[in-house]
Design a protein around this ligand. Structure first.
Ligand SMILES: Nc1ncnc2c1ncn2[C@@H]1O[C@H](COP(=O)(O)OP(=O)(O)OP(=O)(O)O)[C@@H](O)[C@H]1O
Length: 122
């Protein structure tokens, strides 16, 4: 069954909103995202700095969404313990870890010097 583009968009937004509302790991990501955006506004960042931060935020959210999708599928298709399933879930979790470490590096590289300059002025 082929969906219309508007329906594809609608179900994708529905999936995103469900994850943001029902998955506790997304609450942590949202708190970090809110803190980073607040800092970025207060520090009056340049366009390229905003692009870096938005990329970092999107990277983590996308990895977490894929990880959540894997967990949901496993819970339905193979809830019984299987070390191969466990390995697949561990690898998916590793993708979130790698993306989060990358995002943290980008965030520190962009916000660190700006925060330092701001602190030197006050
Ligand atoms: N069916 C399974 N077979 C083997 N190992 C599993 C299975 N389900 C989960 N695991 C192991 O448990 C770990 C955590 O899986 P789980 O799906 O509970 O993730 P979680 O991060 O705790 O999820 P939540 O989003 O509910 O917090 C996996 O990384 C994997 O090592």
């Amino acid at each position: 069954m082929s969906q219309t583009w508007s329906n594809k968009f609608r179900v994708a937004v529905g999936g995103l909103l469900w994850a943001l509302r029902d998955q506790t790991s997304f609450h942590v990501h949202l708190a970090f995202t809110a803190a980073v955006i607040t800092l970025a506004v207060l520090l009056r960042l340049q366009l390229w700095q905003w692009i870096g931060l938005v990329f970092a935020i999107g990277l983590v959210l996308a990895a977490e969404l894929f990880n959540t999708a894997m967990e949901l599928l496993v819970a339905v298709l193979h809830p019984e313990y299987d070390p191969r399933i466990g390995r697949a879930l561990d690898v998916a979790a590793a993708a979130v870890l790698v993306s989060a470490l990358t995002a943290a590096t980008i965030g520190i590289a962009i916000l660190g010097p700006e925060l330092y300059c701001w602190l030197m002025q006050v």
